[in-house]
Design a protein around this ligand. Structure first.
Ligand SMILES: Cc1cc2nc3c(=O)[nH]c(=O)nc-3n(C[C@H](O)[C@H](O)[C@H](O)COP(=O)(O)OP(=O)(O)OC[C@H]3O[C@@H](n4cnc5c(N)ncnc54)[C@H](O)[C@@H]3O)c2cc1C
Length: 429
């Protein structure tokens, strides 16, 4: 149906807005899909509907807005101009409230309808705010997710002497360092026995922990917040379950994320935690697709259903969805349950595949120097590498990722893996 033509489907008036491809969510997955579609279909109409007021931007950079090291224009994905050049219409401030796959239409919160031929759900996730913590609505309580959050956090930081971060995951650590950079004193309250518990066992995190301590973070492990105290000026303190009270002017909650799926209620699109996507990124109703943080995909090692919260995965899956939407059938190779390469407090680290080994039958090799730590996890038979943690020295991590991902039989070069002398030659001999 050409754009602008009149149609009435099941009582839904979609004459106003019709696009061949509609993408809900204009971030990593959504924009990767839009550009892939455009590369394969030069004429098809593409509309991206994005709830946020800002043009698409590189989300992992927002802590630098809090620290004052970057401005919003430094993190625009490719700016709004090139989208226009690629003839991709990006509608900001457009929150989709409902989807009707029978009439192939989406309804925005303001009542506007969009008709589609193919639709991608790339709505990502939002921070989880534990309901058991009292007072999370107070001014000065944040959960850093959007550019708008980063702006508000930066404004509050200007009158904050002490901030308390609830949660010891990577995102909260990034937010913590942004605040430290501004001269704010920061205390991290972590329920687990150690920081980064999603990415490594506590005994493997000691170098990261030392770097955090050296950088000036105060860390309380094995504790959680019960209430956030406030007065008309906003946050004044946090009460912990061990009876301690921490006076502060800001709280940042980093307790994981939840997928944005509510708009699919009643649509018949299968949701099981996130939106269920098949090996070709298709969701369960005709001509619907899902990619990014919101999608349930599969772990290439175990084949088990999995959701991740990583920019790189979202881009890869978005590209794959774009290919499929443009009619080029492309299988998605899956997503590691854990795959992270980053650095905190100038300490680089990589965690991939199976990293939690306190239970389970694995062959484990650990090596440490004063400044580096490496853990290699093999399957019980010892001939497949299934996971690795590198701290301090992450050289050649890509090779190890390849070995894990391809489920290679490593019998011929296992000593090289353990001795860290692995090179590409081992794969072609
Ligand atoms: C502070 C921070 C630092 C990070 N650092 C890293 C890092 O170093 N490395 C890394 O790999 N990952 C990092 N991440 C995670 C990474 O940003 C996400 O995995 C990635 O953004 C997911 O992309 P996505 O496109 O699936 O969804 P999102 O980026 O969540 O985007 C989804 C978009 O859809 C919009 N939306 C939701 N519902 C609707 C609706 N109903 N209608 C219209 N629009 C809707 C949302 O507003 C949002 O704009 C970080 C995240 C944060 C918050």
């Amino acid at each position: 149906m050409p754009p602008g033509s009149l149609s009435k489907r099941k009582g839904v008036d979609v004459n106003e807005h019709q696009s061949q491809y509609v993408i809900v969510g204009g971030s990593a997955a959504g924009m990767a899909a839009a550009h892939t579609i455009r590369a394969k279909d030069v004429r098809g109409t593409i509309t991206v509907l994005s709830e946020e007021p800002d043009v698409p931007y590189f989300r992992p950079l927002i802590p630098f807005l809090v620290s004052g090291q970057k401005q919003p224009e430094d993190m625009a994905l490719t700016g709004s101009g090139p989208y226009m050049g690629a003839d991709i219409a990006v509608k900001t401030g457009a929150r989709v409230a409902a989807c009707d796959p029978d009439s192939r239409s989406l309804t925005l919160e303001d009542g506007t309808c969009y008709g589609y031929e193919k639709v991608l759900f790339a709505t990502g996730s939002r921070p989880y705010v534990p309901p058991e913590i009292e007072g999370t609505g107070a001014e000065g309580v944040f959960a850093l997710r959007t550019l708008a959050d980063a702006r508000s956090m930066a404004a509050r930081a200007a009158r904050t002497a002490h901030a308390v971060m609830l949660g010891g995951g990577l995102l909260n650590l990034k937010a913590a360092f942004a605040l430290l950079e501004r001269g704010v004193k920061v205390t991290l309250v972590v329920y687990s026995p150690e920081v980064l518990s999603q990415l490594m066992d506590p005994e493997d995190a000691y170098l990261v922990r030392k770097a955090l301590d050296d950088a000036g973070l105060t860390i309380h492990t094995g504790a959680s917040a019960t209430a956030i105290q406030s007065d008309p000026s906003g946050v004044t303190g946090v009460a912990l379950d061990n009876g301690e009270e921490l006076a502060c002017q800001m709280v940042c909650i980093g307790k994981g994320v939840r997928p944005n799926v509510e708009f699919l209620q009643g649509s018949g699109v299968a949701v099981d935690g996130g939106i269920v996507a098949d090996r070709f990124t298709a969701a369960s109703r005709p001509d619907t697709y899902a990619a990014g943080d919101v999608a349930v995909t599969h772990d290439p090692i175990s084949g088990a259903p999995i959701m991740t919260a990583l920019w790189t995965n979202a881009v890869e899956m978005g590209r794959c969805a774009g290919m499929n939407m443009a009619g080029i059938k492309t299988a998605y190779t899956g997503t590691f349950g854990i795959l992270n390469a980053t650095q905190v407090a100038d300490e680089p680290f990589v965690a991939m595949g199976v990293v939690h080994t306190r239970s389970g039958d694995y062959e484990i090799h650990r090596r440490a120097t004063a400044t580096t730590f490496r853990k290699l996890v093999f399957d019980p038979g010892g001939n497949r590498l299934v996971g690795a943690v590198f701290v301090g020295d992450i050289r050649n991590a890509g090779l190890y990722r390849y070995v894990i991902r391809e489920r290679m039989d490593v019998t011929g070069f296992k000593p090289a893996i353990i001795d860290h002398t692995l090179h590409y030659g081992h794969f072609i001999c």
